[in-house]
Design a protein around this ligand. Structure first.
Ligand SMILES: CC(C)(COP(=O)(O)OP(=O)(O)OC[C@H]1O[C@@H](n2cnc3c(N)ncnc32)[C@H](O)[C@@H]1OP(=O)(O)O)[C@@H](O)C(=O)NCCC(=O)NCCS
Length: 187
């Protein structure tokens, strides 16, 4: 039987989306603090559509951007996972690691813990050669996660093509983790 569970870490379960995740996901996406480094908070419809896309991709390919659930109380914390960006990014094709947690789940090491599990999934089960991460320059919390994971910043940043020229969030930094560096960090 498919439980929908991708993997567990010490405190967290990463799993396929369920209908009951959509309401807490919409609350997280409506929080201006969580969405500070995105163009705007999401409406309920936009949030539901995003959850639906994550769910479909996991159903199709067996992996993707998973729900992060706290094992101790089954609380929905947000998402962490792996994704092939559709946007025409200058370093594509690539697989990125992404995270978004509810405000009350910040500051407890959950993003880094879940991301370590996602990296192990990507390099182990998917045998990827590299995983990247990127964010707008000012997103220090997200960049700190990348650095804790041992990802290295590319000398060159890039302008996110989904944002118009002059948009303050357009300049992005790119971090990379080659398979060899991940293997060395596990040794
Ligand atoms: C990016 C984001 C996931 C980072 O969350 P975070 O809580 O800062 O990161 P972590 O979960 O790894 O937690 C690290 C913090 O927990 C602390 N911590 C507390 N208990 C811990 C424990 N048991 N283990 C590890 N760290 C712990 C660490 O010291 C660190 O604190 P610091 O930020 O004061 O240095 C979160 O800010 C977020 O969801 N932002 C909105 C969405 C977003 O911008 N996503 C990225 C777009 S590219």
């Amino acid at each position: 039987m498919d439980t929908g569970i991708a993997f567990e870490t010490g405190r967290l379960r990463l799993r396929q989306w369920r209908d009951e995740d959509y309401a807490p996901f919409a609350a997280l996406n409506a929080d201006a603090q969580v969405m500070r480094y995105f163009p705007a908070p999401l409406t309920r419809a936009e949030s539901d559509a995003m959850a639906g896309r994550c769910r479909s991709l996991i159903a199709q390919q067996g992996w993707g951007v998973w729900v992060v659930e706290r094992i101790a109380d089954d609380a929905f914390l947000g998402f962490v996972g792996l994704h092939e960006p559709a946007a025409a990014l200058p370093f594509a094709p690539c697989v990125e690691i992404a995270w978004r947690l509810a405000r009350q789940a910040w500051g407890q090491g959950y993003a880094t813990e879940a991301a370590r599990g996602a990296l192990a999934y990507g390099f182990g089960r998917l045998a990827l050669n590299e995983i990247v991460a990127f964010t707008t320059l000012a997103n220090a919390r997200s960049r700190a996660v990348m650095e804790r994971l041992g990802m290295r910043q590319d000398a060159e940043g890039f302008d996110h093509p989904a944002l118009p020229p002059g948009h303050p969030l357009r300049p992005h930094c790119l971090y990379r983790l080659p398979r060899a560096a991940w293997l060395a960090s596990c040794a």
